[in-house]
Design a protein around this ligand. Structure first.
Ligand code: APR
Length: 234
């Protein structure tokens, strides 16, 4: 199988692609939701109840993200994007870290938001995250509470992002999914909403594995560069 530069390639990533950069995944043993209770940290009700607790959790994640570096899997996706003709590559990432961006990825939708941005819970202004804040929990100039610009459990995805993802699912030739357990909707359904050639790369079979023509088990930092070299001869 070979990817022509004019093929349309859509990639979806999850926490597994950042694992080799030292960032925790969510549902594996020892993962984020094994260690913490998401109900206390990643819902609007949790933020309402204790913005301080939620901010402490995200400030610690930001520190870890800043200390992490993009790995060979992130870099391989940048090579893939450069191989494709303009407008023929889209990365949809569920990850709220900025490793894809720091690796040099250009056409990316962060469908669960970004832990490296703040949003005002009152006026909706979006700001790059600060290294420190002059009050805690931090507030926006308008007086509203700032929160991490991430999609919490129970919150809707950005409708524009979702429409773009749907349009690509209906028209792409390849749908390559990396490092996501297929547990969280609506993203876990994407594999059933496209007629593309569908390939999964991860450490174990995802919940939605029957949606893929190919499941390649292994570390993304090893399997993905090999796959991209094979598909694109880069
Ligand atoms: N290479 C490839 N895959 C890996 C690696 C690796 N080095 N390490 C772990 N994985 C795989 C695991 O086998 C697992 O299937 O990554 C997957 C991570 O799954 P989850 O922890 O469930 O993370 P994810 O699917 O991204 O979660 C989706 O859930 O909590 C919410 O918003 C959060 O975006 C997140 C969403």
């Amino acid at each position: 199988m070979f990817i022509d530069r004019n093929s349309k390639v859509m990639v979806l990533t999850g926490a597994g692609i950042s694992a080799e950069s030292g960032l925790k995944t969510f549902r594996e043993p020892g993962g984020m939701w094994d260690t913490y209770d998401w109900r206390e940290l990643a819902t609007p009700a949790a933020f309402e109840k204790s913005p301080e607790k939620v901010w402490e959790f995200y400030m610690e994640r930001r520190r870890q993200i800043r200390d992490a570096q993009p790995n060979e899997a992130h870099k391989a996706l940048v090579r893939l994007e450069k191989h494709m003709n303009p407008g023929r590559f889209l990365l949809v990432s569920q990850n709220v870290d900025d490793l894809h961006e720091r690796a040099g990825q250009k056409n990316i939708i962060k469908i669960h938001g970004s832990a490296m941005r703040d949003i005002c819970a009152s006026c909706g202004s979006v700001l790059d995250s600060a290294d420190s804040y002059n009050e805690f929990p931090p507030r926006h100039a308008c007086g509203g509470l700032l929160r991490p610009d991430v999609v919490w459990f129970g919150e809707p995805l950005n409708s524009r992002d979702l429409k773009t993802a749907m349009d690509w699912l209906l028209s792409c030739d390849y749908f390559i999914v990396i490092g996501t357990s297929g547990n969280v909707f609506p993203v876990a359904q994407f594999v059933y909403q496209t007629e593309a050639t569908k390939i999964y790369i991860g450490l174990e079979e995802p919940e939605n594995s029957r949606g893929f023509q190919q499941v390649k088990l292994g570390k993304a930092g090893i399997v993905l560069p090999e796959l991209i070299e094979e598909l694109c001869e880069v």
